[in-house]
Structures are given as structure tokens and as C-alpha cells.
Design a protein around this ligand. Structure first.
Ligand SMILES: *[C@@H]1O[C@H](CO)[C@@H](O)[C@H](O)[C@H]1NC(C)=O
Ligand SMILES: *[C@@H]1O[C@H](CO)[C@@H](O)[C@H](O)[C@H]1NC(C)=O
Length: 496
């Protein structure tokens, strides 16, 4: 099949250049067709959620217009100034939870934020408090917004229009602490005004190294509570100086209905991937999938070294890397070839085992089909906050091989996966966490595990099934929503 043609089928349709509007957003452009769709969605949600509040959070902090605000101003230029005189519906509680996260960035905090608001919304008990959202903490990607399923967009628009009274509101700042008020970079601050104006302010964050830096500890201690996803974080935060009475473990939900293998047909991976090493594989015997941002932390070097040393073309195996740039250009093929040369990995006599890179934007709604096309998921990272692709793969019943350190120790077990033993710890050499430690996963052990998974398909499948069961019983949205609701209601009770 023509790969060009297939790439386009999962890409966004190319807009007509003369039909574009430029908003003041970095790298975001809106197009007529999508605006029309949104006009419909927005006008529906206005009729149900447009009620008056004395102190609107929204509309008072418009110094940095967010994607939603810009979008809505364009569609309903007058809405912002009109004070509707509709009376407050009596049935709606005053208590409010304002969830502020980078909902529109498409990154790790973004998908985590989505999983919480979807989970909370679906638990109808959220009616004991209102819920509102605001974009905060990272850039907006219109490509990501466009790729979201309609029910998610509708929910976002509805929650965006919910108005809250500051005094009745618990704010959840779901982002890296540098974005918390006062922010260290340009973003809508969280909380949007002074901390004491709100009923309570909670920071939700996590790190991928063995400690929390001093500046971040200070920011955590300004919060009433700090929610972290794992035991690993509870201990690293407290050891670093965060007030133990503020640290609460709240695990991350995974949408086990969306990530359900019985619902999907596999995507034709070869049609969207670029061949980097080896030959085009027809009838591959086994497909390994890895999904990560292109950064050293993700251990792509460990993965390539293990894979290319363990396998040859004769194994008829394929490795797919679904990746996107992280402070780097998109020329992943060259980076891989260069790495292989520098690392001195010798070309096997029968030729390289195949490696493909998928670097096109894959819409969220296509993601399960990517997992569905793989036989195993592998990610030897040096450190993870939670490891979303790992739990997504587990929910999709894939056997996973992942580093048994940091966040993933919360859910990896011998029964549900292949936890990868680490060789030891190594020092972070660059970036904001320079000098911290993280794990050095074992190349030798990874080779053994990859070979083992491929040679013991029945065992691997059984672990995959167990993985999905564990995701359902421990992290299904309704289970995690119950945990969140319990904490939120306790705070409301304590403060009343
Ligand atoms: C929750 O509320 C929605 C909207 O009112 C309703 O359609 C849905 O059936 C409710 N779900 C449950 C489980 O009660
Ligand atoms: C993974 O790490 C956890 C926490 O350090 C440890 O308790 C567990 O035994 C490890 N599992 C394996 C398979 O090494």
C-alpha cells in the first residue's frame, strides 16, 4: 500500500489555507469547518449552564486568553460582557471543584487531567458539587483538541462554562509546580488569585526522579494538600521536605472502556510507520510496540541496544516506536542510525531486525488500535511519574515489559507484567533535574525478557489478561472517582 496515502488517512484533513483565522495562540490555527462544529456544541451548552454568579472565576482572569476563551469570544463576542439575569437553579450545589490542568496540550498531565474529569463526571454523585475546568500549565494544541472524541469535547465545553464562587471552590492545580501561583512561565496561574481566596487549594503533581527540588518543595508546602499518584511519590515527596500531613496518594484512573481490546480492529502499522532499520516486514512473527516522547529519560537507547543485539532479520520480529519530539527535531531516523553507529552495535550476518518509527500525529481515538496491532508493549524508562502508555497497554491486555522503578512500581507485578530489574541508579546529567538520581534499566535483562515474551506467547497472553483485570479492579474510572469524591467531600465538610 502507498504509505503516503495511509498517513493521510489518520492525519487531520488539510485545511484550505485561505479559510484560516489566526488567533493569538502559539502555533494554533482554527479552521472554518471545526469552528462550525464547535458553534453547535457551544450553543447547546450555553442553554443549560449559563447561570449567574456574583464572582465569576472565568472572565475575570482574561489576561492570558486560553484556547477556550479565544474560541468562545470569536463565536459569541458579546457573551463575555453580558450579565445574564437568570436566577440560580436551586438544585445546583454551591460547592465547586475547579480542575485546572493542561487539558489541551495532549501531554502527560493533559491525559491524566482528562481521565479524572471524565471519571468524576460519569459518577453522578459529582452532583454534590459542581465541577468546572480551566486550561492551565502548558501550551494548547489544536491538533490534539481536534483529535478528541466528540463526547470529550462536549464535556470540556460544558465544564468550561460552569461558574463558581471562589469562596465555595476547591481548586485543583494539576500541573508541574512551576505553573502554580506565582507561575515561573507564562500560563494562567493556579490558583487564579491569592490562595486564601478559595476554600482549599490542592496541588496534583509527580516527578520522575528520586527527589523533589527545593523550589518545588516550597511550592508544594504552600498548598493545603498535595496529591501524588503512587507510594513512590509519597515517600520521595516527604523525604524531600514536603509536609507529610499534606501528602495524599490518589492513583490515576484508566478508561478501561475506551481501552478495551474487544472494541477495536488493529491499525495497519506498516502503513503509517517509516522503516528505519532492517527490511519491510510482511507477516511479522511478533510485534513490539513502544510509545514515548523522544527524551533520554524514556530509555530509547536501552531499548534499541537490547532489541538490535538480541534480534536479527531471521527472527522476523518488528519494533515500532510511536514517538514525538521533545525539545528536539523530528528526524528520528537519523538519530537512530547515528545512535546505532556510536554504540557500535554490529550488523548481524542475516541483517538488522526491523525498526519502524511512527511520528505522525495519531488521534486519541485511534490510539487503542495501535496497541491492538502489537503483541507486546515495552518501555525501559529511567523514571516515570505514572507511565500512561504502560497502563493503556495493560488495559488493552498486552503483556508489558517496563522498568520496575518509580511510578510503575504502583501497579507492575510478576503476575500482570514483566517488571524489568534495574542495574542501579544513575545521575541525571542535564535539564531541570540535573544532579537527581534515576534508574538505569538493565540491557541484558531486557534482552532476556523480550526473548522470553516472544517464546512464551501463552504465558504472555495470560499476563496480558491479568493486566486488564488489575486495571479494572484497581484503576477503573468509577473506583478512582470514588476516592477523589471522598477526599473532596471531606475537605468541604472540614471547612464548613
Ligand atoms: C447520570 O446522569 C445523566 C444525566 O442526567 C443520566 O443520563 C445518566 O443516566 C445518569 N447515570 C446514572 C448511572 O445514574
Ligand atoms: C519491583 O519493585 C518493588 C518496589 O521496589 C519491589 O517490591 C518488587 O519486588 C519489584 N519486583 C520485581 C519483580 O523485581
Amino acid at each position: 500500500m502507498d504509505s503516503q496515502e495511509n498517513q493521510q488517512s489518520i492525519n487531520q484533513p488539510q485545511p484550505h489555507p485561505t479559510h484560516s483565522f489566526n488567533f493569538k495562540l502559539k502555533s494554533s490555527v482554527f479552521y472554518v469547518s471545526s469552528i462550525l462544529i464547535l458553534v453547535l456544541a457551544v450553543s447547546f451548552s450555553f442553554t443549560t449552564t449559563n447561570f449567574l454568579k456574583t464572582q465569576h472565576l472565568k472572565y475575570t482572569f482574561s489576561l492570558h486568553p486560553t484556547l477556550f476563551q479565544t474560541l468562545l469570544e470569536f463565536i459569541h463576542p458579546s457573551k463575555k460582557t453580558i450579565q445574564t439575569q437568570e436566577p440560580e437553579p436551586i438544585s445546583l450545589p454551591l460547592n465547586c471543584v475547579l480542575w485546572m490542568a493542561p487539558f489541551l496540550s495532549g501531554g502527560g498531565y493533559s491525559s491524566e487531567g482528562w481521565s479524572y474529569i471524565l471519571a468524576l463526571y460519569e459518577q453522578n454523585r459529582t452532583r454534590s458539587f459542581r465541577m468546572a475546568i480551566e486550561q492551565h500549565g502548558d501550551l494548547e494544541s489544536f491538533e490534539f483538541w481536534e483529535g478528541l472524541p466528540k463526547y470529550m469535547k462536549d464535556l470540556a465545553i460544558e465544564l468550561y462554562h460552569t461558574k463558581c464562587n471562589m469562596k465555595e471552590t476547591i481548586v485543583i492545580c494539576h500541573s508541574e509546580p512551576g505553573a502554580w501561583n506565582p507561575p515561573l512561565f507564562e500560563t494562567l496561574p493556579c490558583p487564579p488569585t491569592a490562595y486564601e481566596n478559595f476554600k482549599s487549594v490542592i496541588g496534583r503533581t509527580m516527578f520522575e526522579t528520586d527527589r523533589v527540588s527545593l523550589e518545588h518543595v516550597k511550592r508544594c508546602n504552600k498548598m493545603d494538600y498535595v496529591w501524588v499518584p503512587t507510594e513512590f511519590h509519597v515517600s520521595t515527596f516527604i523525604e524531600s521536605g514536603v509536609d507529610p500531613s499534606k501528602v495524599v496518594k490518589i492513583v490515576q484512573p484508566i478508561d478501561v472502556k475506551f481501552f478495551d481490546p474487544v472494541e477495536y480492529e488493529p491499525l495497519n502499522l506498516a502503513s503509517i510507520g517509516k522503516l528505519v532499520m532492517g527490511k519491510t516486514t510482511r507477516n511479522s512473527r511478533f510485534v513490539f510496540m513502544s510509545i514515548f516522547k523522544w527524551e533520554y529519560r524514556k530509555g530509547w537507547d536501552v531499548l534499541l541496544k537490547s532489541y538490535l543485539e538480541e534480534y536479527t532479520a531471521a527472527d522476523r520480529v518488528t519494533l515500532y516506536l510511536l514517538t514525538n519530539p521533545y525539545h528536539s527535531d523530528k528526524d528520528f531516523s537519523n538519530k537512530i542510525v547515528e545512535f546505532v553507529q556510536k554504540a557500535g552495535i554490529e550488523k548481524p550476518a542475516t541483517g538488522w531486525a526491523s525498526v519502524y518509527v511512527i511520528d505522525t500525529h495519531v488521534a486519541q481515538s485511534d490510539l487503542p488500535r495501535i496497541y491492538k496491532a502489537a503483541d507486546a508493549f515495552v518501555l525501559p524508562s529511567r523514571g516515570e511519574g505514572w507511565g500512561r502508555p504502560i497502563v493503556e497497554a495493560m488495559a488493552m491486555s498486552l503483556p508489558v515489559i517496563a522498568t520496575n522503578w518509580s511510578g510503575p512500581t504502583e501497579y507492575l507485578t510478576e503476575e500482570n507484567s514483566y517488571p524489568l530489574i534495574v542495574d542501579g541508579m544513575s545521575e541525571v546529567m542535564e535539564g531541570p533535574f540535573k544532579g537527581h538520581l534515576w534508574a538505569e534499566p538493565s540491557v541484558t535483562k531486557l534482552r532476556v525478557l523480550m526473548r522470553h515474551v516472544m517464546d512464551n506467547v501463552d504465558e504472555a497472553k495470560a499476563k496480558g489478561r491479568r493486566a486488564r483485570e488489575d486495571m479494572i479492579t484497581k484503576f477503573a474510572p468509577e473506583i478512582v472517582a470514588d476516592i477523589v469524591i471522598k477526599h473532596v467531600q471531606n475537605i468541604f465538610k472540614k471547612m464548613d
